[in-house]
Design a protein around this ligand. Structure first.
Ligand SMILES: Cc1cc2nc3c(=O)[nH]c(=O)nc-3n(C[C@H](O)[C@H](O)[C@H](O)COP(=O)(O)OP(=O)(O)OC[C@H]3O[C@@H](n4cnc5c(N)ncnc54)[C@H](O)[C@@H]3O)c2cc1C
Length: 568
């Protein structure tokens, strides 16, 4: 528990003769058996009186050290406090006492709302600073439940946040929602035909699931040492993975978001100007949720000159894109493109540039001179230099330096929507995607065919495409993708630097991942190897294993042994 919950403020820590306070350092892991404390951190003291300590105690996790968290305060006040850092000479604790304490209720009880006084404080700071980024200094967790798989992508598009959504690998969509009916987005405007088509897709999924599960169970006999419970979970996950392509994009998920006030402002503006009614409704609900905890951060959203004008601009921008694509005859996909593909359409930089960029921070000279020097090395020397600069990457989290960001790759990918949905979650890159249509086709996993469910799967894909066309022809083009199965393909771009490419390719090639995005990761790696073999070779944690298997079994077994260790 943070110090804030202690009823009385603790005494002052010891000082040295110069009046500096000392807090002990940490035990260093690297010291091994003879572990020692790091040297105590010496820092100026806030010289707090007992009364000041008592006033501060509910709001900081440490009254003496130079590092502490703010607790029990509205997000708006935390943002305003940090914003003042830039123009206040003293420490944050001193600032709190001098400028904020009188405006805030005493004690540890905070009623959960921002409060009038906090809003006034924020407004004073914000107006004084006139800087949008002040709203980055407070954050909130917001749950968005019963959102379609179309909307999850819209919610995640701004990137500058943390997201978590339900997994189609662990949640079976064969059960009814509370109150009845399969788990899909409904809107009376979409008509009874839409609901009939969605019910048919879910009915196929529900009927196929036990049969595919039984087939997986028979096809992957338990290996020696595999615990039965871990294997049962892996069998289930594989069956759900195999059938996820049947689920329509209308399938509902629950999502958690953690973001700053500024990110929410952008997200809400983006949602309220969106063509989908579902997006606009969630925009309003997210606005209400943020208004309940940190209204000041989103106070401009409802102003016509701000939110209204911005949403209008977005709508115009979208319309201009569509107008020009139509005028230039670029709207439709060519039939021969209806297959999965990964194309490297553009590369920036070369391996010499990479070496120069990797050396940049250690050098004292210009990058041009460093580049000229590495150009003068022989190929084996450059190879050895790169290997040394990358070092021994014991695991995929050991990332090479920022020099890797000097190279950039633009990939154009056609994959099923399920794989896109997963790859779109990466944030340190530019992802752009086209509309989901049936034009690029859909595949049927071989294993589904082997399980005897291929015809049912194909019929479901056809039903889904027919419903898409019906909606589009009825003037509901924006909503038509709801009807499409996740197995339908979509075209998108991942434009990323080599450092992010390493992260994405190594993570997404992992044998625990879904085969659809693993295939994309493998192909991205192969294409990078053609252009920059040394960069591809530095990706030492690409998982190339290809044997048919239960994707989840390894991590299920690890989970099982962790549980056993905890129980023991
Ligand atoms: C096997 C597997 C199962 C998964 N299951 C689920 C699931 O059930 N539900 C689900 O929602 N997602 C799931 N994911 C997706 C996962 O949660 C991430 O969304 C995805 O891996 C992309 O995020 P990232 O941080 O790896 O990489 P990127 O977004 O590409 O970011 C690259 C790196 O930048 C840094 N970074 C990026 N953003 C932040 C930030 N906001 N704060 C701090 N550092 C940041 C991190 O170091 C990160 O590794 C799964 C992924 C895998 C591989």
């Amino acid at each position: 528990m943070p110090r804030a919950s202690t009823p009385t403020a603790p005494d002052r820590p010891p000082r040295d003769r110069a009046g500096f306070a000392q807090v002990p350092g940490l035990v260093t892991g690297s010291a091994g058996a003879g572990a020692s404390l790091t040297r105590p951190v010496r820092h100026p003291s806030d010289d707090l009186t007992s009364a000041e300590r008592a006033r501060l105690a509910p709001h900081v996790t440490d009254l003496d050290g130079p590092v502490f968290a703010l607790v029990n305060l509205p997000e708006t006040v935390k943002g305003a406090l940090f914003a003042r850092y830039s123009r206040y000479q003293g420490t944050l604790r001193r600032l709190f006492l001098e400028e904020f304490a009188d405006s805030l209720p005493q004690g540890g009880a905070w009623d959960g709302s921002e409060g009038e006084r906090a809003a006034q404080l924020y407004e004073r700071i914000f107006v004084g600073y006139g800087d949008d980024s002040v709203a980055q200094l407070g954050g909130a967790h917001v749950a968005c439940e019963w959102v379609s798989n179309v909307l999850t992508k819209v919610l995640q598009r701004p990137r500058l946040a943390a997201y978590l959504e339900q997994s189609t690998r662990y949640i079976a969509y064969d059960a009814p929602m509370p109150g009845g009916g399969y788990r899909y987005y409904r809107d009376p405007e979409l008509g009874p035909e839409y609901e009939a088509a969605m019910d048919a897709l879910f009915a196929t999924y529900a009927a196929s699931l036990p049969r595919v599960r039984a087939w997986v169970d028979e096809s992957y006999p338990r290996a020696d040492g595999e615990p039965e419970a871990a294997r049962a979970r892996a069998v289930n996950a594989k069956a759900l993975d195999l059938l996820r392509g049947l689920l329509p994009a209308a399938s509902l998920s629950h999502m958690g978001i953690y973001a700053s006030g500024q990110a929410y402002e952008q997200l809400i503006l983006h949602l309220i100007g969106h063509p989908l009614p579902e997006a606009r409704r969630y925009g309003e609900m997210i606005l209400a949720a943020i208004q309940a905890v940190m209204p000041s951060f989103v106070s401009r959203v409802e102003r016509p000159d701000r939110g209204g004008a911005w949403a209008g601009y977005l709508a115009e921008r979208r319309a201009a894109g569509e107008r020009w694509a139509a005028r230039l005859g670029l709207e439709a996909a060519d039939p021969h493109e209806a297959r999965p593909s990964v194309t490297l359409t553009h590369v920036d930089g070369d391996e010499e540039q990479l070496l120069a960029a990797l050396l940049f921070e250690a050098a004292g000279t210009s990058e041009a001179r460093t580049r000229a020097t590495v150009t003068g090395l022989s190929d084996p020397e450059r190879g050895a230099l790169l290997a040394d600069l990358v070092g021994d990457r014991a695991n995929r989290r050991h990332r090479p330096g920022r020099g890797f960001e000097a190279l950039r790759y633009r990939f154009e990918i056609v994959s099923d929507y399920g794989a896109f949905r997963d790859l779109q979650r990466h944030r340190m890159l530019t992802v752009q995607w086209q509309g989901l249509t049936p034009d690029l086709g859909a595949g049927i996993p071989d294993e589904v065919g082997a399980a005897g469910e291929g015809d049912a799967y194909r019929a479901a894909l056809d039903r889904s495409a027919a419903e898409y066309h019906r909606l589009a022809d009825a003037g509901l083009a924006a909503a038509a993708p709801y009807a499409l199965c996740l197995g339908y393909r979509i075209r998108y771009v991942l434009d990323l630097n080599a450092r992010e490419a390493m992260h994405l390719v190594e993570l997404r090639s992992g044998r625990e991942g879904h085969p659809a995005y693993r295939a994309v990761a493998h192909q991205m790696h192969a294409l990078i190897a053609e252009r920059h073999p040394a960069v591809a070779a530095a990706m030492t944690h690409v998982d190339e294993s290809a044997e048919p298997r239960l994707e989840r079994i390894l991590s299920e077994m690890r989970l099982q042994s962790r549980r056993a260790a905890l129980a023991g």
